[in-house]
Design a protein around this ligand. Sequence first.
Ligand code: TYD
Length: 134
Amino acid sequence: MKIDNVKIINLPKIIDERGNLSFIEENIHIPFKIKRSYWIYDVPGGEIRGGHAYKENQEFIIALSGSFDVILDDGKKRKTFSLNRSYYGLYIPKSIWRQMENFSTNSLALILASIPYDPSDYIYDYEVFKDQVK
Ligand code: TYD
């Protein structure tokens, strides 16, 4: 997959004096069926998450609270996305190397995934990843 297939997707935003509301429906706002959701929170300052690619899993990442950076790499090009609003997210196709860093205090990252958790879907070695995407 190419880095150009990564995209920021704006979500519906229902503005209301009582507080705003956003939502996501699978296959409508994001291009996959949601098989799993997980979230990353209580990240100590300076910590880095990720550092791997998935063979099949596609993800959509939203900064529900606070901010953090997602650094993506397709084996040729690298791009950094700063997420800091809860009404848009980052769509990452399969086979893209990712790292998450610069988490602000009390940041909350929600990740929607296209497959159930499967350790064999991970590629942890960047050189192996680069070889596979050649
Ligand atoms: P990992 O995917 O390596 O986290 P990150 O990429 O954000 O740094 O997962 C960390 C640990 O959590 C690992 O032991 C596997 C476990 N885990 C699950 O059991 N289920 C899940 O859905 C996820 C994402 C992780």
